[in-house]
Design a protein around this ligand. Structure first.
Ligand code: ATP
Length: 234
C-alpha cells in the first residue's frame, strides 16, 4: 500500500534520515519505534509532504508522493495526526472536526460527523465546548477524530500516548485498534516500545535515522536484549 524506498531526508543542519526503506501492507498496523531524535517524526512528515527528501521515493496508490504538492496527499486518503495533537484550542470541538473535512457537500460531511461521533461519543457530548477545555486524552481523541473526518485509508499517528496517564493511553489504544478494525491501515510512531509492539503487526526500529531492525512485532517483543541495545534500555 505504502512503500518507502531508500529515503534520505535532511534539514538545513544536514541529513537525519539515511537510506530508509519501509513497507506498509494494507490492513496492517506498522510500528515505527526508536529513541528520542531517531527521526521517526521526520519519516511521517516526509510521507505527508511537509518535508522533502533529498533522494528516494514514496509510492502510494500508484503515485510517487515525493512528486506531489503537500495538499494533494490527504486527498489520496492519507491522514496525519502530528505529535502534540495541534488542535485549535479556541475553536469548538465541532469546528476543529470541520477543519478535517475535505469532502464537498453537506451530506458527505454529515455522514463523516456521524462516523466520528460513533467512534468518540465524548466528542458529541462536548461538541460545543472550546477544544482547549478538554482533557489531554479528549484532545487526543479530537485529533484522531479530525484526522478521520476525511475517511482516510492510511492513518499516520505520531506518539499518540505522549503526555497521557496510563489509563487514558489504554483507552486511546483501544480506539486505535477499533479504527483499524474498521478498515484503516495505520503507521504508528511510538516511543513506548511495549505499547507499540503490543498493537502492531510488524515494526521497524530506527536508530540515528537508519533502520537497524525490523520484524514481526511479536518476535521483536521477545527479543528484549536486542531491543534494549537499540533503544537505550527501552
Ligand atoms: P522525537 O520523538 O523526539 O520527536 P523523532 O524520532 O521523532 O524524535 P525527529 O523529530 O524526526 O525524531 O528528529 C530527528 C532529528 O532531526 C533530530 O536530530 C532533530 O533535532 C532534527 N530535526 C527535527 N526537526 C527539525 C527541524 N525542523 N529543523 C532541523 N532539525 C530538525
Amino acid at each position: 500500500m505504502l512503500s518507502l524506498e531508500r529515503l534520505t531526508v535532511g534539514y538545513d543542519s544536514g541529513p537525519v534520515i539515511h537510506d530508509v526503506s519501509l513497507q506498509v501492507a494494507e490492513g496492517q498496523i506498522i510500528g515505527l519505534i526508536g529513541a528520542n531524535g531517531a527521526g521517526k517524526s521526520t519519516v511521517l512528515r516526509t510521507i505527508s509532504g511537509l518535508v522533502r527528501p533529498s533522494s528516494g521515493s514514496i509510492r502510494f496508490a500508484g503515485q510517487d508522493l515525493t512528486k506531489l504538492a503537500a495538499h494533494r496527499i490527504p486527498q489520496l486518503g492519507i491522514s496525519h495526526v502530528p505529535e502534540g495533537r495541534r488542535i485549535f484550542a479556541d475553536l469548538t470541538v465541532e469546528d476543529n472536526l470541520h477543519l478535517g473535512a475535505y469532502r464537498h457537500g453537506w451530506r458527505a460531511v454529515k455522514r463523516d460527523f456521524e462516523y466520528v461521533y460513533s467512534l468518540f461519543p465524548v466528542l458529541l457530548e462536548r461538541r460545543t465546548q472550546r477544544a482547549g477545555s478538554l482533557s489531554g486524552g479528549e484532545q487526543q481523541m479530537l485529533a484522531l477524530g479530525r484526522a478521520l473526518m476525511s475517511r482516510p485509508t492510511l492513518l499516520l499517528l505520531d506518539e499518540p500516548s505522549l503526555g497521557l496517564a496510563p489509563l487514558i493511553v489504554r483507552n486511546v489504544f483501544r480506539i486505535i485498534r477499533e479504527i483499524h478494525a474498521r478498515g484503516v491501515t495505520v503507521l504508528l510512531v511510538e516511543q513506548n516500545v511495549n505499547l507499540a509492539l503490543s498493537c502492531a503487526h510488524h515494526a521497524y526500529v530506527l536508530q540515528s535515522g537508519r533502520v537497524v531492525l525490523e520484524g514481526d512485532a511479536s518476535r521483536l517483543r521477545q527479543d528484549s536484549g536486542l531491543m534494549s541495545a537499540y533503544l537505550g534500555g527501552g
